[in-house]
Design a protein around this ligand. Structure first.
Ligand SMILES: *Cc1c(COP(=O)(O)O)cnc(C)c1O
Length: 468
């Protein structure tokens, strides 16, 4: 399988190069030259198999000719060994054929672990095979950072630097990052918001001299290999509810559009999906896009679901590439317009084709609080604010018949409620407890670096602290 860039000027290149490069050299995002596809019979045959086995089958389709299915399954087995639920990604039934997909059984109790634990091992394997060192630079609105630092701790070939917006992540999220004190893994508090952090990372990548000097790579969701492991739980959850003989719908709490794009890929691979509900908090750039076909950046507003406080959904570029019939030049023009004017738009027929599969939904903080309370009162079940946005969207889809009556709706629970204790407590009156493995988290020692919103300052920190 070969990879190309959404902007048409990089590739084709191998899986390993796409993995290690992260962001394409033309500023675009990598994706495979075509979508591999399973027949209904092949999908049916996955029923009853383990998560790890299914992971091997799905992901090896993207590494064809380079990494064998057994090797992928081996990496997956190692990656998910420490997860605290035997099913890895279990479903919990709610009312009206709505099912919560619990994605918080990894070490940092958010769904990012599902990708990052796999990615760190794939990275280490590829780098040591090439006898290389790398620096990973990433931006986080909270959960990516802790997942990355946790996944890469102790890996010799890689130094990791994660930028996070100072004061804009929850105390638990911050502690999860700063309590990783191994050599070569650093959290950097930046004076700015998440989009500033993301812009700094992009700027460092676009500085070719710096990029080559330190062997820069990315593990935020622009990295194709970050999306790939996320495809797996779309399959396993749909299989549990009758796929491929019955379609399902997904409600996905969304920031960077990475997770929901992984779901769309599952659909391209043959999984019958009726609809994706793209659920957002008050930062509603995607909702507005699905209403009018205009992607227009506004200010980022802090919300109860900080991992979705985003006005630039980087991974949307991958969908745009598909919607524009894989025309890299058209994507590059749209992205240039977006970076210069904060805006781009698509023709009505492009919007209409997106609306065949996607719907937007947004929910403010009051609605989020009400949903957490309702869910606890009705089901005696605590959900985190991000999951609440998704669940409210799923219930709205059911109420309005956006999804057919007999189609199950799977609502992704992207974080454990104890990751956002204040919001959950204020809404429900209950204080969610951290799982046993993390019970002493808040009393652990911290290590962190700080930087202004300035590329040169960030580069200086990287050069001072990297080991390679
Ligand atoms: C990262 C994250 C999201 C957003 O996921 P994207 O892939 O960026 O759309 C939502 N909820 C939680 C808890 C997250 O950590």
């Amino acid at each position: 399988m070969e990879y190309i860039s959404t902007r048409g000027k990089d590739g084709p290149l191998s899986f390993e190069d796409a993995l290690l490069n992260g962001l394409a050299r033309d500023g675009g995002l990598y994706l495979p030259t075509q979508w591999p596809c399973f027949s209904a019979a092949e999908i049916r045959a996955m029923r009853g198999q383990s998560y790890v086995k299914i992971a091997g089958q799905i992901m090896s389709r993207f590494t064809d000719g380079e990494v064998h299915e057994d090797q992928i399954a081996e990496i997956a087995a190692d990656a998910y060994r420490g997860f605290t639920h035997k099913e890895i990604a279990p479903l919990k039934a709610m009312e009206q054929d709505i099912h919560v997909l619990e994605l918080f059984y990894g070490p940092t109790i958010a769904f990012k672990d599902y990708a990052m634990q796999f990615l760190s091992r794939a990275f280490d394997t590829a780098l040591s095979r090439q006898n290389r060192q790398a620096v990973i630079l990433g931006a986080t609105s909270g959960d990516t950072g802790s997942a990355a630092l946790e996944a890469f701790r102790g890996r010799e070939a890689v130094d990791v630097f994660i930028l996070f917006p100072e004061g804009r992540v929850s105390p638990v999220q911050q502690k999860q990052m700063t309590s990783v004190r191994d050599a070569g893994v650093y959290a950097i508090a930046v004076k700015g918001d998440f989009d500033d952090c993301q812009a700094l990372v992009k700027a460092c990548f676009n500085d070719a001299a710096f990029r080559d000097k330190v062997g820069l790579s990315a593990v935020n969701s622009i990295n194709w290999a970050r999306l790939m492991p996320q495809i797996v739980y779309y399959f396993t959850s749909a299989l549990a509810l009758g796929a491929p003989d019955k379609p399902v719908a997904f409600s996905v709490p969304t920031g960077n559009f990475g997770n929901v794009f992984a779901g769309w890929v599952a659909m391209q691979m043959g999984l019958p999906v009726e609809r994706f509900i793209v659920s957002s908090n008050r930062n509603d750039i995607l909702t507005r896009f699905f209403e009018g076909g205009v992607m227009e950046r506004r200010d980022v507003h802090p919300s109860l679901s900080p991992s979705m406080d985003i006005q630039v959904s980087s991974n949307f570029e991958r969908l745009l590439f598909e919607l524009l019939d894989r025309n890299g030049e058209a994507v590059a023009a749209a992205m240039q317009s977006f970076s210069e004017t904060g805006r781009f738009s698509v023709e009505d027929k492009v919007l209409q084709s997106a609306l065949q599969v996607f719907s937007g939904y947004c929910l403010d903080d009051a609605g989020t609080t009400a949903e957490i309370k309702r869910c606890f009162d009705t089901h005696n079940y605590l959900i985190d604010p991000h999951s609440a946005v998704g669940l409210a969207a799923a219930r709205n889809a059911r109420r309005t018949n956006l999804v057919a009556k007999d189609t199950p709706i799977i609502s992704l629970a992207c974080a454990h409620p104890a990751k956002f204790p204040d919001a959950v407590h204020n809404a429900s009156g209950q204080m969610p407890e951290l799982p046993d493995e993390l019970a002493d988290l808040m009393s652990r020692d911290e290590q962190m670096l700080t930087a202004p919103n300035d590329m040169a300052a960030v580069q200086k920190l990287v050069l001072e602290h990297r080991r390679g």
